[in-house]
Design a protein around this ligand. Structure first.
Ligand code: NAD
Length: 332
């Protein structure tokens, strides 16, 4: 018997970039997974390999993966009812579904509030009603805003600069409230800049690595906004999935807020040079005017996640970039 006999793990936003890696990891651990996604940015293709349980050696007749097409901020009680009637209760929830664009949150804050705040409260209401044993939530380094001291620690005062950052921060507070008042164990994970296979380069808001990978594959110019000395903490998606799954399946870290990064500060110049070199297709690095409002430097302090979850990001930037570039055909 597989451990699908353990309770269901719900992954909201499971058809997205990070979500699909989380699903991959959970199914690899033998867990029964239910994805909740409305496919506004997620893709069915991201889940296709796990829709076929036979490839994962599930001997039973029941599926290891169910996908429910539903808005996380609206219908999750009704959508989950038939699944739990058949397979038993939801044991753990990984809440990743979100409107993921800072720029879009500025343009349309009501959508951001609906998905990124109301959606979180819906998940927590479900968790309270169903007696869920842990909710792990994808927060963001965007909660910090401009900070005076680096590396950024979880205790650094948060000054979010966008509706996206504000809704993530408010969601963290709601997690804490549900744990303290309703006894729902919760962990919030503040992801830094996540990259890796299945990140969508077509979105104008996509991560810089997926855009550079896409352009580097075709030998097109890599455009850096500003002097390129701005920095980020790039963390590989496989490491992020491990942190999230460990936080969700373990009971450690109730009410914890944890940075998920590498503690390595990488300039955009260094990143572009490395990607152009790995692709080897003659991309030139060009500079365009700096974008206003962009945070200049960002790097995470990671000791708390190590202490609470035993988590360290294991993938070097070069190894992670190789995987990413291979996945889009930009490297042999
Ligand atoms: N990628 C990063 O660098 C990064 C950094 C910090 C935080 N995060 C957070 O990680 C999570 C996953 O992000 P991602 O990069 O995988 O983005 P993504 O867009 O690939 O994934 C988000 C998923 O949520 C789904 N979704 C959106 N609104 C929904 C709704 N109302 N109901 C149901 N599903 C909905 C989308 O269809 C998509 O599948 C998000 O919460 C995001 O804010 C990501």
């Amino acid at each position: 018997m597989t451990s699908t006999s353990a309770g269901i793990v719900v992954v909201t936003g499971g058809a997205g970039f990070i979500g699909s890696h989380v699903v991959e990891r959970l199914i690899g651990l033998g867990r029964r997974v239910v994805v909740i996604d409305d496919f506004r940015t997620g893709k069915r293709a991201n889940l296709a390999p796990w829709a076929d349980r036979a490839r994962f050696g599930f001997a039973g007749t029941e599926p290891a993966l169910e996908v429910l097409t539903v808005d996380v901020a609206e219908g999750i009680f009704a959508a989950l009812a038939p699944v739990t009637a058949r397979f038993g209760p939801v044991e753990r929830v990984i809440h990743l579904a979100a409107q993921v664009s800072v720029v879009a949150s500025v343009e349309n804050p009501l959508v951001d509030v609906h998905v990124n705040y109301r959606g979180t409260v819906q998940v927590l209401e479900y968790a309270r009603a169903a007696g869920v044993r842990k909710v792990a939530f994808a927060s963001s380094s965007a909660v910090y805003g401009d900070v005076d001291e680096l590396p950024v620690r979880e205790a650094t005062p948060c000054q979010p600069l966008s509706p996206y950052g504000i809704d993530k921060y408010a969601s963290e507070k709601m997690l804490h409230y549900y744990s303290a008042v309703h006894g729902v164990p919760t962990t919030a994970l503040r992801f830094f800049n996540v990259y890796g296979p299945r990140q969508d380069p077509s979105s104008p808001y996509s991560g810089v690595i997926s855009i550079f990978a896409d352009r580097g594959r075709d030998g097109r110019d890599l455009t850096i906004f500003g002097d390129g000395e701005q920095t980020r903490d790039f963390v590989y998606v496989g490491d992020v999935a491990r942190a999230v799954v460990d936080a969700a399946l373990g009971d450690a870290g109730d009410r914890a807020v944890l940075n998920v990064g590498t503690s390595r500060e990488i300039t955009i110049n260094e990143l572009a040079t490395t990607i152009a070199g790995l692709c080897g297709r003659g991309s030139r690095i060009v500079h365009a005017p700096a974008r206003s409002g962009e945070i200049v430097r960002s790097v995470a302090a990671v000791d708390r996640a190590r202490e609470v979850l035993g988590f360290t990001a294991a993938t070097s930037l070069t190894d992670g970039l190789r995987e990413t570039l291979r996945s889009v055909g930009a490297m042999a």
